[in-house]
Each structure stands twice: as C-alpha cells, then as structure tokens.
Design a protein. Structure first.
Length: 433
C-alpha cells in the first residue's frame, strides 16, 4: 500500500541533486540511502487518516497535528524552509506554495477511499493545509487519481487518458527532458515527471529507475512514481523485506496499522481466483507446474499433459528440459488456450528456505518475461506452483506469486486467473491480492 512511495523515496535519496548516468547501476537500498521527508509525510498523513477514521478527528486537524508531530520527531529529513516555519507555528496557516511537498504525501488517500471522488476530497484536504496554490492542488489530485485508478484495475492507457483529460497534456517523453534535470521542486513539473516515469515503465523497479535517471529531486519524484507503480504492479517482496532496516519501529508500525485498516477497500480487477480445473480454464496461456524434465508427472503437470494430448509431450521432448526457477513455452494443443508455459518451481524440501524463496521468485519472473515477449497473451491461468508435493508453505508461496506478478506484469496482460483446488487455498489468495 504505502510501500511503493517509501521504497521510491529511499532509493532516490542518495541521488538527489545529481544526474545518475547508469540506469542499471541504481541502488535501491545503497549505503547512503535513507528515508526522507517524503516517507515522514506519507506516514504522517496515513496516521492522520487513521485518527480521522478511528477517533473522529477532522481530517484537516489530524493532518496538521500529525505533520507537526512527525517532523518534530524526525528533523533534518530535507524539509523546505517555509514548511519548517509552518511546523513550528502555533497558528499554522497555508502559505500558497506550489511545491511538490503537497502532492508527495497524498498516496494514503488513494488507499483509504472507496471512490475516486472520496480520494480526491481527502487529497485536497490534506494538501490545502499547507500547499493551497492551484498547481499543488492539481498535482495532488493528479497523483491520487493515478494511484486510485491503478489499484482498482485500470489499464495504463486508461490512467494516462484520465490524466490528459483532467490535469496535464503529457506531451513529452523522458528522453526529451533527460538533459534538463535541474528543474527544482515545483508540482507542475515534478508530478508530470513522476507520472511519465510510470507510463513508460515495464515493471515497478523500472518506474523508479526511470524517475531517478531524470535527476534533480530524485527522492520525491521516485516516491511519487513508486506510489503509482506500487498500486499498479505491486511492490516486490524482496524490497518490502528490506524496509525494516531503514524505517524506525514507529514508522513501520504506522504502515502496518494503515495496511491492516485499509487493505483492499477496492479489489484489483486484474486478478481473479478460481476454484476449479486449470485444464478447463479458458485463457491465452496456461501455466503448468512442471518438473525439470518437462515430460509430465503427477498433479497439475500430469493433468495438463493428459488434457493436451500426446503432441504436448512430443514438443516438450525437443526442449531439453528446464532448470528450477525457469520456464519454457509450448503450444497448448487440446487445451482451451494458445500456449502452455511450463514453469519449474523449487521443491521446498530440497533447498534452504531463502534459496527456495529466491527460486520461486525467479520462476514467476520467468513466466512474466515470456508473457512480456508475447503480446498476444492477454489472459493467463496459473496454479499454486510448488505448493503440492513440493511442499512450499502456501501463504509465503502465494505472497511471492502475487508480488512478483504485480511487479513484473507487462501492460498488455489484462487478466491473471489463479486456479486452485479448494476454497481454503482460494481464501489465502483473496486475502493477499
């Protein structure tokens, strides 16, 4: 939920004010990375919304109280001069700022609201207590709209069109602005940069790398881009697991409480959980939980081979097997699909837990790489890989599956169907989607 914004902030913190020339060399959790004002203010607004919902405090009052309290607790995190004066004022009033300090903190509003209009009202309220300039208010509205639409299943094209119709023309590419990186911190420039970093991305990490590659106010632009990308792709589990090494116990508790309170106020319509037979599930591609030989086996693997017919086995014999953590694709033959993606997940009993988790992440990454290379695959059916005789713990396997697919999911893939054998497994998926 809030993880995308926080990961982007931490990743961008060590590059602020610089132009990073090597895209692949961006470190998400480097030696000099830290959380900055973007994380502090995002958590302050999250706590304000919690107080508003649980204690009945007016949202504007809760925003003022929590921002003042959080900044005083976490000083020297890159706050602007006017904002610091506001923080320590006994009578804090908005100061007509168009800076991106308003938009950078609104992502919790997109997760706490049940409708876009409600999200926009909340974002305007928490922005206007300081940044009441029309450009800051517009930036907050644009950002919260993109996040809300992303988390409720809108396509990237639909989100982009909404932004064009209501906020910014988006008539540039990152390549056209890459040489002009000393752009300050105005909402009217940095919010479109963050939006475009997401629009041009293929994965969660790609969005943040693109935001950092622009240069300038990298922590804030990457935080805003990460907030959208996290809602659209999901935040990778391997990055979330590293946050404890950067956040205080207090900030981590705020993110946990907020997540518990507002988890899935609206479903992500890109994902569906089906209790049934994967060999009878129509999709462009069906994923087979295969073994390294690719020559069939028990469970889902055997069922898919039987339903597809002998031609599938004949083609698989030409592939030379497949190592654990990887996937290969064949035709689907008699199955209700165009392709079968044979994915070899790890046997949990044969690996150390950390290695097994890394291999399962690699398995789902390989599946998404194949999908990315085949734009005709717009729907896919996936079983609970490694959770049968390979004995992978169900909840952890499900978390890896969902987070990896969300973070690597190409834009042309419109529907992911998780096909499971019973309602107990289905409930685990539904709780994590």
């Amino acid at each position: 939920m809030l993880f995308g914004a926080i990961i982007g902030d931490i990743a961008g913190s060590m590059y602020e004010g610089k132009r990073h020339e090597i895209y692949d060399d961006v470190q998400f959790f480097g030696e000099y990375c830290r959380f900055t004002d973007d994380t502090v203010m995002t958590c302050a607004i999250a706590q304000a919304i919690i107080d508003h919902k649980t204690k009945g405090v007016a949202l504007a009052d809760a925003a003022v109280a929590n921002m003042q309290a959080f900044v005083r607790k976490y000083n020297h995190r890159g706050y602007g001069k006017q904002f610091v004066q506001w923080i320590y004022s006994d009578d804090p009033q908005p100061y007509d700022s168009w800076g991106n300090g308003g938009p950078m903190r609104v992502s919790p509003c997109a997760w706490a609201a049940n409708t876009l209009d409600a999200a926009l009202d909340m974002a305007r309220t928490v922005t206007a207590v300081t940044h009441n300039h029309p450009e800051a208010l517009k930036g907050s509205a644009a950002l919260v709209s993109a996040i809300f639409l992303a988390r409720t299943g809108a396509s990237k094209d639909e989100i982009r069109q909404h932004i064009i119709d209501n906020y910014y023309p988006m008539d540039f590419t990152l390549a056209t602005i890459s040489g002009e990186w000393r752009y300050g911190c105005s909402s009217q420039v940095t919010v479109p940069f963050a939006l475009q970093s997401f629009f041009e991305s293929e994965t969660f990490e790609d969005s943040i790398r693109k935001a950092i590659f622009i240069g300038g106010d990298t922590d804030t632009v990457a935080s805003m881009a990460g907030a959208i990308a996290g809602a659209f792709y999901g935040s990778p589990a391997e990055h979330i697991s590293k946050l404890d090494g950067f956040l205080t116990v207090h900030l981590a508790r705020v993110t946990h409480t907020f997540r518990q309170m507002f988890s899935q106020t609206q479903p992500d319509t890109r994902f569906q959980v089906i209790v049934g037979d994967i060999t009878k599930t129509p999709a462009d591609a069906i994923v087979n939980a295969a073994n390294e030989s690719l020559l069939g086996g028990g469970g889902v693997d055997g069922a898919i081979h039987r339903a597809a017919g002998p031609e599938l086995l004949a083609e698989c014999r030409t592939l030379g097997g497949c190592p654990t953590g990887q996937a290969k694709m064949t035709k689907a033959y008699n199955l209700p699909a165009k392709f079968v993606i044979h994915a070899v997940g790890p046997d949990y009993t044969e690996w150390e837990p950390e290695t097994a988790e890394a291999l399962l992440t690699d398995t789902y990454t390989s599946i998404m790489q194949i999908v990315a290379q085949n734009p005709e695959i717009t729907t896919i059916a996936i079983p609970a890989i490694s959770c049968g005789i390979f004995a992978f713990p169900l909840e952890r396997a499900t978390e890896i599956a969902i987070n990896t697919i969300k973070s690597k999911m190409p834009s042309h893939l419109k529907q992911v169907q998780f096909v499971v054998s019973n309602n107990n497994i289905a409930s685990v998926y539904l709780n994590l989607i």
